[in-house]
Design a protein around this ligand. Structure first.
Ligand SMILES: [Zn+2]
Length: 70
């Protein structure tokens, strides 16, 4: 009892989180149709969703580059 472990903030997931980020950063996931439940402005992600987040971030960065170039 009283473990520090937090659950993944993605609605309907409920797995133990491995990583936390600010809600502002994690919002890219919401653009993908995932619903987040932030806790005190932070979002906790399980391994699977954190990987997904990193993947999306990479994509977004590429898009930003494109935008700047345009
Ligand atoms: Zn998750």
């Amino acid at each position: 009892m009283g473990a520090k472990e937090r659950k993944c903030s993605v609605e309907g997931c409920g797995k133990v989180s491995v990583h936390s980020l600010s809600y502002v950063e994690a919002r890219v996931l919401e653009n993908q149709g995932l619903k987040l439940t932030p806790y005190l402005g932070r979002v906790y992600l399980c391994e699977k969703h954190y990987k997904l987040y990193k993947k999306i971030r990479k994509k977004e960065k590429r898009l930003e580059k494109w935008r700047f170039r345009g």
